[in-house]
Design a protein around this ligand. Structure first.
Ligand code: CP
Length: 326
């Protein structure tokens, strides 16, 4: 397979073959982080800009670590420390960054569609690191990588996504990718946090015990108070009483159910500490896999002469989406 995608903007519409190709590439990079000298020359001479309009720990750090482990120069810019604070627009900022000839820009932005807007106007690969409540493709891909490492396949798995689905870009990206890989998705949360448009694509329930019954994987989501302009539930205590993932709530899940959370965690609200830190939790593995997955994404999008370095991966049809216009 020749991976010709120019940008990584989202997982909606991405083919099974493209997703598996990214996961296979990430798997081949995983062992670099286990070496004593965690550095390869693959992206030497390349410059990557991380532009974060919103707070981030995991995504920002793992992109930076991924770039540096591949010998790229990583320059980090936050909205507060840039001329955005003086009123400069996203487009003007991005044009000025692009004029410095980076090889890729990673963007996190509170507005859905911001990375797509840039991708049409700036001549370098754009990677979506989370746009509003729309998509967070690298988070979903690292989630898939983690599940596949434990279960071998996503095909036929029953996966519950629990919590604030309405405001979750992680839920949207996961829903697209899990369905493309043949998993059965169940959305669980209060009616006010389950958007109508997603009900066509997944089973929906407002009962936590019913939602986790017979599942192979339970993904819990953070309650995003900063995006909630209205009261979607009476109080955090009330939310936790019905939707906090506890040991007893998990009783009906399959033995060895995987417990996931993209972070950051609100302990005792969406997930109990003994579940988050318990034997079935793979939350820290998700974080570890974030580095390998982001190495793969940088490699596939930025290393245009990569064919010579490609790991052996089974041939698959060419990707249909996100190619550079023209
Ligand atoms: N999961 C995730 O996106 O975490 P950060 O907001 O810390 O990057």
């Amino acid at each position: 397979m020749t991976f010709t995608a120019r940008h990584l903007l989202g997982l909606e519409g991405m083919s099974r073959e493209e997703i598996l190709y990214i996961l296979d590439t990430a798997t081949s990079f995983r062992e670099i982080s286990e070496r004593e000298i965690k550095k390869v020359p693959t992206l030497r001479g390349k410059t990557v800009i991380g532009f974060f309009y919103e707070a981030s720990t995991r995504t920002r750090m793992s992109f930076e670590i991924a770039a540096k482990r591949m010998s790229a120069d990583f320059i980090s810019l936050s909205a507060g420390g840039s001329s955005v604070s003086k009123g400069e627009t996203l487009l003007d900022t991005a044009r000025n960054l692009a004029a410095m000839r980076p090889d890729g820009i990673i963007l996190r932005h509170p507005s859905a569609g911001a990375p797509h807007f840039l991708a049409q106007r700036v001549d370098c690969p754009i990677i979506n690191a989370g746009d509003g409540a729309h998509e967070h493709p690298t988070q979903a891909l690292l989630d898939l990588l983690t599940i596949r490492e434990h279960r071998g396949t996503l095909d036929g798995l029953k996966i519950a996504i629990v919590g604030d689905i309405l405001h979750s870009r992680v839920a949207r990206s996961n829903l697209h990718a899990l369905r493309a890989l043949g998993a059965e998705v169940r959305l669980v949360g209060p009616p006010t946090l389950l958007p109508r448009e997603l009900r066509a694509w997944a089973e929906v329930t407002h009962d936590l015990a019913e939602g986790v019954r017979d599942t192979d994987v339970v993904m819990t989501l953070r309650i995003q108070r900063e995006r909630q302009g209205a009261n979607f539930f009476p109080s955090l205590d009330e939310y936790a009483r019905y939707f906090c993932l506890t040991q007893s709530a998990l009783r009906g899940a399959k033995p060895g159910v995987l417990i996931m959370h993209p972070g950051p965690i609100n302990r005792g609200i969406e997930i109990a500490s003994d579940v988050a830190d318990g034997p079935y939790s793979v939350i820290m593995e998700q974080v570890t896999n974030g580095v390998a997955l982001r190495m793969a994404v940088l490699f596939l999008l930025i290393n245009r002469s990569r064919e010579a370095d490609m790991p052996e991966i089974e041939a698959a049809p060419e990707p249909a989406l996100h190619r550079k216009a023209g």
